[in-house]
Write a protein that binds this ligand. Sequence first.
Ligand SMILES: C[C@H](O)[C@@H](O)[C@@H](O)[C@H](O)C(=O)O
Ligand SMILES: [Mg+2]
Length: 444
Amino acid sequence: MVRGRISRLSVYDVRFPTSLGGHGSDAMHTDPDYSAAYVIIETDAEDGHKGYGITFTLGKGTEVVVCAVNALAHLILNKDLRDIVSDFRGFYRQLTSDGQLRWIGPEKGVVHLATAAVLNALWDLWAKQEGKPLWKLLVDMDPKTLLSCIDFRYISDTLTEEEAYEILQKGRVGNREREAQMLAHGYPAYTTSCAWLGYSDNTLKQLCSEALKDGWTRFKVKVGADLQDDIRRCRLIRDMIGPDKTLMMDANQRWDVPEAVEWMSKLAEFKPLWIEEPTSPDDILGHATISKALAPLGIGVATGEQCHNRVIFKQLLQASALQFLQIDSCRLGSVNENLSVLLMAQKFGIPVCPHAGGVGLCELVQHLIIFDYISVSASLENRMCEYVDHLHEHFKYPVIIKKASYMPPKDPGYSTEMKEESVKKHQFPDGKVWKKLLAGQENC
Ligand SMILES: C[C@H](O)[C@@H](O)[C@@H](O)[C@H](O)C(=O)O
Ligand SMILES: [Mg+2]
């Protein structure tokens, strides 16, 4: 039973100095400090449950998102949780349509990242109060209730509520078997941990051989800064993994459209399954041009980690601009908006391969993709969820990977809660970790 009035919302700027080791580096983000705007929501209910929510950020960006969360707080405080979840569509719309705040969105950028953090905390709280992991809360929810969480505004020309209902009804066939299959074998994953752009060839080799030993069969390599480096690194990794394992490439928006096509023609010999974010995430028709040009080479286009909202995803699908759709649990407006994208992808027959990694993204998005398999797509063909082996130790309910697959979480909630000690130590700028680092910089 859902209960309680929201009595408190706190937000923290939590940063991890991952840039020191080149972890997470790519052709555009050369010094990423994996960070989160971390939201805690409390209620006056006696159960003591709190909702934890994050959005993923890189270092300095976090302080801006923290401001935006504080600006949204008045829309959440004193609301009854029961009223929120019984009309979640209405509440989502209230948050995203605030007459003053929407001007700096709408439904995009900082204000949308802040919305995601807040809504992620509410979903965590709801799932905790129901005593279920989030994926199971979604799987058990009747289709009508599930659809009542989605704002269909701007997408009803492509997906009506009735069509979405039919998709969910169809998804009920065989869902118990798929749930049992997930619990036994988990959801297939790929690793990005071996080949960040800032890693030396030696590090790449060492991590790749460890990953192979651990049973990984799908690998992603960062490309896009220097063609000769890319050729060398892709050859190295392809030689190590052999011809049959899967390789993906990620350019993180580095290229213009013709450059993307030309560059990828040179990397085609390494047989990538996809090129991810070849150009600006806003360039829908550019993605369509690249998709068309690379199709004869057997290379698909993947994108989504910086896709603003359901409207851009709608157009990417309409324009046949992507062959792999990458939802992100913290960029879109939380579970609510991600549900609409999963349903649109299903309608278009495009496989969803979520973006994860960062800090907490694996913890969150596993719930969405497990739900997708059980209740929406019913397919694992061409589908896998990203995995990155960083920062899980800071979470109270970290992901469990077995045989290169995500095992469904069993603890109630959205796996968003961080360890108190980790938050304390990594708060910027006053946590122990940052005090030391900043003092070191001053002494230089
Ligand atoms: C800055 C980040 O590490 C990105 O490079 C990362 O999210 C990446 O695009 C990915 O696909 O995992
Ligand atoms: Mg990427």
